[in-house]
Design a protein around this ligand. Structure first.
Ligand code: 3UK
Length: 537
């Protein structure tokens, strides 16, 4: 029996069997992990022990914490969990809050105590929370008081959730009152490098939610790969951004990566494009993480950012249109860093820094990862041909107790569900999700390519493209377009947009149908939900 610190072995008992897990690569020097590893010790305790406790760590919600402050709070949370809430290592702890400093303290408290953090999107309703609680057999919950209602309703129906406590709560029952009763000292549980410490639920799609399992070593591995080789932040950087910490893009970009280099982070409870712009100026932020649509919206006010503090801007979550990259560059002078990541792989595995960025390409495999494009026979395709993206590296897909493991992992590779091609220089070019490929009159048409063409038109704010059934052609291309202020959705404009697309891409790809809409359906992680456009207008 392998070494584990988990007393509650639920996670270990529900790992996919070894033969269904991907192959792992640990070639980089930064990926040599000892059998015993606790990610909180590495990211937090070690920094304070090294004499850097006085450095600024987290700002947000009117608070300003040093590393020593965060360590004190996290220790107190761990003490409350263990001494007052009966947590044993391996228990799952649901976290529910907008991005704020106490959420970070709770995350570290759970990891220190050998618990498993199950962070949830703030917008989820009781029904979705209940599905998560049952799937992950969540025993404890730490919840921001402002979001208690949904959790209370979910918990009423899920007796497995035994203990809950609210933070950002001034009352006598609140977490802060319990923390005040503790010592501020905690000996972190000596977890195994391959003890699970996060269950991250995948976003957006239909069906029963999938929980991906990540180990202490996975948390450290993502810090050693993409940030170390592509982002290359320094200790004086100030990170900021929009993705919730329940989305692993946000957890890495706004908490783990800044802390892995002793930098600081700004956690915003609300991060619309306008709020982000204001907060960047207010905090002198230098590194920004957000989604392509948010860059597009912010670019309108970009000149205000020129000559400001920002020096690195990261885009992920969905494909970055070349038009958006150009718009941001024009407005701010900054070349975006695109990166494709996935909940299953925890963070970004193909990307390019500013110097290597190519419009229309996601980038090159991140050091530590290998990627290729597979044909229908499972063999790598030559350059220029479209196939299924396959990736392996130090992290990889482990679904908790889920048959879909066999779809995502095949022959040791993680298959992300994306159609890609590699060019002659080894750059990876996103085409579409494999299930978003439109087949019209025998032609394969990737929705994002038509969207990119439309986005170049000055009247278009946002758009989404799908294939709709057509008697003659099988499917036709249909575009849903949100217009910029000052433009009207007339038949003349529809005609103009169609002509415009025909001028930039092969004419057979133009949208034969166009609908003007007020907004597009998106997940909380900012992804366009093309499947929800079917049956719309
Ligand atoms: C799509 C992209 C093209 C792609 C994520 C950074 O998005 C993240 O994780 P999810 O599990 O979704 C994964 C899927 O999203 N995608 C993401 N980034 C890009 N497509 N270009 C991109 N740059 O379909 C992928 O399979 O929600 C992103 C870090 C951590 C993450 N979890």
């Amino acid at each position: 029996m392998a070494f584990t610190a988990h007393v509650d072995t639920f996670a270990r008992d529900h790992l996919p069997p070894a033969e269904l897990q991907p192959e792992y690569l640990f070639e980089l020097p930064g990926l040599q992990f000892a059998p015993q590893l606790n990610a909180a010790t590495e990211l937090l305790d070690c920094r304070v022990a090294a004499g850097q406790g006085g450095r600024l760590c987290i700002q947000g919600a009117g608070q300003r914490w040093t590393y020593a402050d965060l360590l004190d709070r996290a220790n107190r949370v761990a003490e409350v969990l263990v001494h007052e809430m009966g947590l044993v290592p391996g228990n799952r702890v649901l976290l529910r809050a907008p991005n704020n400093p106490m959420l970070a303290a709770c995350w570290f408290g759970v990891i220190k105590a050998g618990g498993i953090a199950v962070a949830t999107m703030p917008l989820l309703h009781a029904k979705e929370l209940k599905a998560i609680i049952l799937k992950a057999q969540v025993t404890h919950a730490l919840c921001d008081l402002s979001l208690l209602d949904g959790l209370r309703a979910a918990a009423a129906d899920a007796p497995v959730l035994r203990q809950r406590c609210c933070f950002n709560d001034a009352g006598p029952q609140g977490l802060e009152a319990a923390m005040a009763r503790q010592t501020g000292r905690f000996d972190n549980v000596a977890t195994a490098a391959d003890d699970t410490c996060i269950l991250a639920f995948t976003s957006g799609t239909t069906g029963v939610p999938k929980a991906t399992m990540h180990f202490h070593r996975d948390v450290m591995a993502i810090c050693a790969c993409w940030p170390a080789h592509v982002l290359r932040p320094g200790p004086d950087d100030v990170f900021i951004g929009s993705p919730p910490m329940a989305f692993t893009f946000g957890l890495g970009g706004l908490l783990l990566f800044p802390m892995s280099v002793g930098a600081s982070t700004v956690l915003l409870e609300k991060a619309s494009p306008a709020q982000l712009l204001e907060a960047i100026a207010q905090h002198g932020a230098t590194v920004l993480f957000t989604a392509p649509t948010s860059y597009r919206a912010m670019a309108l006010h970009g000149p205000a950012l020129r000559g400001g503090t920002l020096r690195r801007c990261v885009s992920a979550g969905e494909a970055l249109p070349a038009a958006t990259r150009a718009l941001w560059k024009e407005a701010t002078g900054i070349e975006l860093i695109d990166g494709i990541g996935a909940t299953e792989l925890l963070h970004i595995f193909i990307s390019a820094d500013e110097a290597r960025a190519r419009p229309g390409a996601t980038g090159l495999p991140v050091p530590g990862y290998r990627a290729c494009v597979l044909g229908p026979d499972g063999q790598p395709l030559p350059p220029g041909q479209v196939g299924r993206l396959a990736v392996k590296g130090p992290t990889g897909c482990r679904y908790l107790d889920d048959e879909r493991q066999r779809q995502y992992v095949q022959g040791g590779w993680n298959l992300t569900g994306d159609a890609y091609l590699v060019d002659a220089e080894g750059y990876f070019h996103f085409q579409s999700r494999t299930d978003d490929m439109i087949v019209s009159a025998g032609y394969n048409i990737a929705s994002p390519e038509v969207e990119d063409a439309l986005l170049l038109h000055p009247a278009v704010a946002e758009c989404g493209v799908i294939g709709v059934p057509d008697a003659e052609r099988g499917q036709i291309v249909k575009a849903f377009v949100v217009l910029r202020a000052g433009h009207a959705g007339t038949p003349e404009l529809a005609q103009a947009l169609q002509d415009f697309v025909k001028q930039t891409v092969a004419p057979y790809k133009y949208p034969r149908a166009i609908a003007f809409v007020d907004a597009l359906p998106r997940t909380e992680t900012g992804k366009l939900q093309r499947f929800r456009l079917h049956g719309a207008v």
